[in-house]
Design a protein around this ligand. Structure first.
Ligand code: HEC
Length: 242
């Protein structure tokens, strides 16, 4: 079989790959080269870059062979390593951006902050009271679960508040859950009152760029039905799977 062998100048390849890397990767810190046969070569800085990125290797730690030709196989391997690295870098970049709050980014900046989260928090707290008070323990548990869920949104979008939110959950929401599971109305009422004291404790202790304290946000046990289209005294009994 007559296989036509493509031979490309190794320096042309280095130049090609280095250009791709420079375009794709921006500023990256490169390790110093240990190749002795590239010292003073016009392509030395480029060779050091592709070697540090793991895209091209030398024959051994000290010999690169800067003026040798490359085979099609070597070209393919080099290109594949460059693309793999680019794909891995892109995945990491996207994951980092999506996992870390950065309010200079439009998408992060429109995520609900604590002020928004708290409106749902208070709303669910009131529903929780009416459900528990009516003895609809499934509904009470459901509202408690939803409180924890919306709280987690706040923990994500406002990481500075996370420790206090978590402490509040452990100190007040978890014990409230125990009284719901026990279907113990007097204990539920006590735990509910304790929770409200906890809401207000956190408000008094929280500050921001605008406020020294949020003690002016004072919570009390709801007296009016927050959603009179819901029949609170519906029997539970569907069974909580948890
Ligand atoms: C981590 C501490 C913390 C806990 C715990 C907490 N809050 Fe808040 N709450 C805040 C902060 C901070 C604000 C001000 C939010 C902002 O505007 O950034 C706030 C604001 C509010 C507001 C005002 C929202 C508005 O715009 O009307 C309500 C209502 C509220 N919280 C309800 C509650 C209820 C109910 C609980 C308990 C079930 C609770 N909060 C527990 C920290 C907390």
């Amino acid at each position: 079989m007559n296989v036509k062998k493509l031979v490309m100048s190794k320096k042309l390849l280095v130049l090609l790959i280095a250009t791709v890397c420079l375009l794709l990767l921006g500023t990256t810190a490169y390790a110093a080269s240990t190749f002795t046969d590239t010292v003073g070569h016009w392509a030395q800085p480029l060779i050091e870059k592709v070697a540090a990125l793991g895209i091209m290797e030398g024959h051994n730690p000290t010999t690169f062979g800067p003026d040798e030709n490359v085979t099609r196989a070597q070209l393919a391997a080099t290109e594949a390593r460059a693309y793999d690295k680019q794909a891995a870098d892109t995945t990491k970049l996207v994951n980092d951006k999506l996992s870390t709050v950065d309010r200079t980014l439009a998408l992060w900046n429109i995520q609900p902050g604590l002020g928004t989260v708290m409106i749902e928090y208070g709303n669910r707290m009131a529903r929780l009271w009416f459900a528990g008070n009516a003895g609809n323990w499934d509904m009470a548990q459901y509202q408690l679960d939803e409180m924890v869920e919306i709280q987690e949104v706040g923990e994500t979008t406002r990481p500075a508040r996370k420790a206090m939110l978590k402490a509040f959950e452990d100190s007040f929401l978890t014990p409230l859950g125990t009284t719901i599971a026990a279907q113990d109305k007097p204990a539920f009422t006590t735990a509910f009152n304790n929770m409200i004291a906890g809401c207000n404790g956190c408000h008094a202790a929280s500050a921001s760029a605008d406020w020294n304290s949020y003690q002016f946000v004072k919570i009390q046990k709801p007296t009016n039905d927050p959603a009179d289209y819901i029949q609170w005294n519906t029997p539970g009994g569907t069974g909580n799977k948890k």
